[in-house]
Structures are given as structure tokens and as C-alpha cells.
Design a protein around this ligand. Structure first.
Ligand code: SF4
Ligand code: SF4
Length: 383
């Protein structure tokens, strides 16, 4: 099943794309202002057909891909989702659905379960109905999410919830966790907003202060201890934004190392934000997945360490963080080869310090946020 090719950029054995992410569509009934989809998603080409997606799964599996995530947009918008899940399971993938829960029904959960879907993760915007619905841009979103979280669990799946936290909901972390416990959640990801796509556009209105973060982390830790004392199975995972770190994250465990993202129109990316880079990424409509993964310019561009300028090149931490995130380096410095400015060794680290300062000084309200929808994407495209 597994085949290894030679990476021409670095002349080392290329590992397989273990984790395949199928972004089935950019269509979504919600409009989260922190959505990581590209801000110009409205100009994306025609979505891959059922047959084209299944062909991608076959090719990726032959290269050694083992886990397949279905996301979007909202993947439930695709009426062929159960068919795609079945094809993926028949190929031997472990399958995971990442959904807002909008469009899910008990009948569809049954269909997906019969197709062999292994795992479902439902995202919430907040624990308060009003805030949740305001951020989602739908009056019915919260009630639907609650009902579907319960229905997923009732059909035998673990309940896996995701809350994106930011300055407008992080102070209510106690209530968020309380809700998760009431719902009998098994895993809860409390992920502070990461600043890509629409979130980057709204950064000044979303970035929490250090004080807010420390408070939220402290409350999460208290809940962990309380749940452990009760032998409660719920696991809480707290993800801090890297804007408050001094070293960057090891983005995707290294460029083109294990993660392969296929966007709705078939463009292949080494991470879901990479489309914004000034690189022409290959498309599965024109190239085989093997060529894309092993030979394409885009996937080899930042593989290994040869491409690195200083300070990363001679840094003894480069094998831990790979110089951080190429997209963040590009968004904040204009050059994707630079060290991620989150790193305190970067000469651009002042940008991060200024953003932290801005979060302290100029708290913007929700009214200032730009919501993610097709109309707004078209306005952004027209400039
Ligand atoms: S983050 Fe919100 S708007 Fe973006 S795809 Fe998910 S549910 Fe839709
Ligand atoms: S200088 Fe580069 S490799 Fe070193 S810690 Fe910073 S980002 Fe990582």
C-alpha cells in the first residue's frame, strides 16, 4: 500500500501524506467571522464531483494516507457525503466529519453511520444562545447544534465538541465547560482563534488579552481537576493562540511532511491556509496525487531545511518547529521564507508584540467584525 518517493528538494526519503483533508465545499449556511477559509473563496472554481473525489481518495490511499477528514465550508451541504464516506471506508481510511451540525438530521447521522463514518466533531460558536447565533448569523443554529450533539451521542458516537474562543466568548469559558458536561461530551477542544483567513481580517476584534487567556486556562484547569476527582470521562483540550508564545508552532509538523489538503476545486495544498501564498499550487484535475506530493514545486518549496534564511538556518531549534508557519510569515512580513514572527528571535517579532498591545488597548466590539459570506467575499475580491 505504501510507496515512498525521493524528494528532489532535499534528497531524502519522502514520508507519505498520512492525513488527508477533503475540503468538500466552501458553501456554508453560517458566517463565522473567524472562519479559516480564504477570504476570496467566492472565486474558487467548480467543486470536484463525487467520482473525482473518490479518485483522489484512491490515489492518496495508495501513497499511504490513513486518516481522512471531511470539512469545508459545511461538508453536509454535499448530498453525496455518505457515498464519499463509504468509498473512503472501503479503501481503509479512518474517517472524521468536521461539521457545524447545520444540515445534520437523525436520518443523516444514521446514513453516515451505515456508511462507516468513524468520528464526528461538532463546532459551537458560544455557550449562550444569543452570542452563538449572532456569531453564526443564524437564529436557529444553537438549538440545532444542541439537538445534533445529543443525536450523535445517542447513535453511539463519542461526543466531540469544538469551541473557537476569542475575546467575545472566552470570559464565559466556565459556562462553555458547564454546557459540555451537561451534554455528556467526551472530548472538548477549547481552541483559541488562530489568525488565518477571515480571522486574520478580524484579528483586532478577536484576539483576547493575556489576562483573558490566563483566566480561561486557569478555569479549564480547575474543571479538569474537578472532572478527574469525579472520574468523569470528559477530556478538555485548551489551545492557546500562538500570538502569546515566544516560539512558533511546528506548523503541520513540517511543510509537505504528513498533511495534504484538497480544496473544493481540487487545488492541493500543504496546509489549508497556503492558498494565499504567491505560489501556483497544483490541482488534482491536472496532476496525479503522487506527482503533487512528491514532485510538485509547491509541495517541495519549503520542505526540509535548505530553503531557510537566517535566523532559522543556523538555529538549533529548527528541527522542532521548522521555522514556524509559512503563511503567518507571509501574512505578517510579506515573505513566506522568513522566520514566523511569533518567534522572539525573528526581527519581525515586534509585529506580534504590537498585536498583543492592540488587544490590551483597543478592544473592538462585535459591530466592527466582517462576517464570512459570499457577498462579503465578492466585495473583498473586487477590492
Ligand atoms: S467556521 Fe463557520 S463559516 Fe466557516 S465553514 Fe465553519 S461553520 Fe462555516
Ligand atoms: S529562529 Fe526559526 S528555527 Fe529558530 S526557534 Fe525561531 S522560528 Fe524556530
Amino acid at each position: 500500500m505504501q510507496s515512498f518517493g525521493l524528494n528532489p528538494a532535499n534528497q531524502h526519503i519522502q514520508s507519505p501524506p498520512l492525513w488527508l483533508l477533503a475540503e468538500l465545499t466552501y458553501r456554508c449556511p453560517l458566517q463565522c467571522p473567524y472562519c479559516s477559509n480564504p477570504v476570496d473563496f467566492a472565486r474558487s472554481g467548480e467543486e470536484l464531483s463525487t467520482v473525482q473525489w473518490i479518485d483522489v481518495f484512491k490515489q492518496a490511499r495508495a501513497l499511504g494516507a490513513a486518516q481522512l477528514g471531511f470539512s469545508g465550508g459545511e461538508p453536509l451541504v454535499r448530498q453525496d457525503l455518505a457515498e464519499l464516506v463509504k468509498a473512503a471506508r472501503d479503501l481503509g481510511f479512518y474517517t472524521n466529519l468536521i461539521t457545524s451540525g447545520i444540515g445534520l438530521t437523525e436520518r443523516r447521522i444514521t446514513e453516515l453511520s451505515e456508511a462507516g463514518l468513524d468520528h464526528i466533531q461538532i463546532s459551537f460558536q458560544a455557550a449562550d444562545e444569543e452570542v452563538n447565533n449572532m456569531l453564526a448569523g443564524s437564529k436557529k443554529a444553537f438549538a440545532q447544534k444542541l439537538a445534533m450533539a445529543r443525536a450523535v451521542k445517542a447513535q453511539g458516537y463519542p461526543m466531540v465538541l469544538n469551541f473557537v474562543t476569542h475575546r467575545h466568548n472566552i470570559d464565559r469559558i466556565d459556562r462553555i465547560i458547564e454546557l459540555c458536561v451537561e451534554l455528556d461530551a467526551d472530548f472538548v477542544e477549547l481552541a483559541t482563534c488562530q489568525f488565518y483567513g477571515w480571522a486574520e481580517l478580524n484579528r483586532a476584534a478577536l484576539l483576547p488579552t493575556r489576562e483573558q487567556l490566563e483566566y480561561a486556562e486557569g478555569v479549564t484547569q480547575q474543571w479538569r481537576e474537578k472532572l478527574a476527582a469525579q472520574n468523569h470521562p470528559c477530556k478538555l483540550i485548551f489551545v492557546t493562540p500562538d500570538y502569546y508564545e515566544e516560539r512558533p508552532k511546528a506548523c503541520m509538523s513540517g511543510w509537505g511532511s504528513l498533511f495534504l489538503d484538497i480544496t473544493p476545486d481540487g487545488t492541493a495544498l500543504p496546509c489549508h491556509s497556503a492558498r494565499q501564498l504567491p505560489i501556483e499550487f497544483p490541482n488534482v484535475k491536472e496532476h496525479s496525487v503522487q506527482h503533487i506530493w512528491q514532485e510538485s514545486f509547491g509541495f517541495n518549496k519549503y520542505r526540509g531545511f535548505e530553503w531557510m534564511p537566517e535566523p532559522c538556518r543556523s538555529c538549533d531549534e529548527k528541527e522542532q518547529d521548522f521555522g514556524g508557519c509559512r503563511c503567518q510569515a507571509y501574512m505578517l512580513t510579506g515573505d513566506a521564507s522568513n522566520a514566523d514572527p511569533v518567534c522572539s528571535k525573528s526581527k519581525h517579532h515586534g509585529i506580534i508584540l504590537a498585536a498583543r498591545e492592540e488587544a490590551e488597548q483597543a478592544p473592538l466590539g462585535v459591530d466592527s467584525m466582517i462576517f464570512r459570506n459570499e457577498k462579503m467575499s465578492n466585495i473583498i475580491i473586487k477590492g
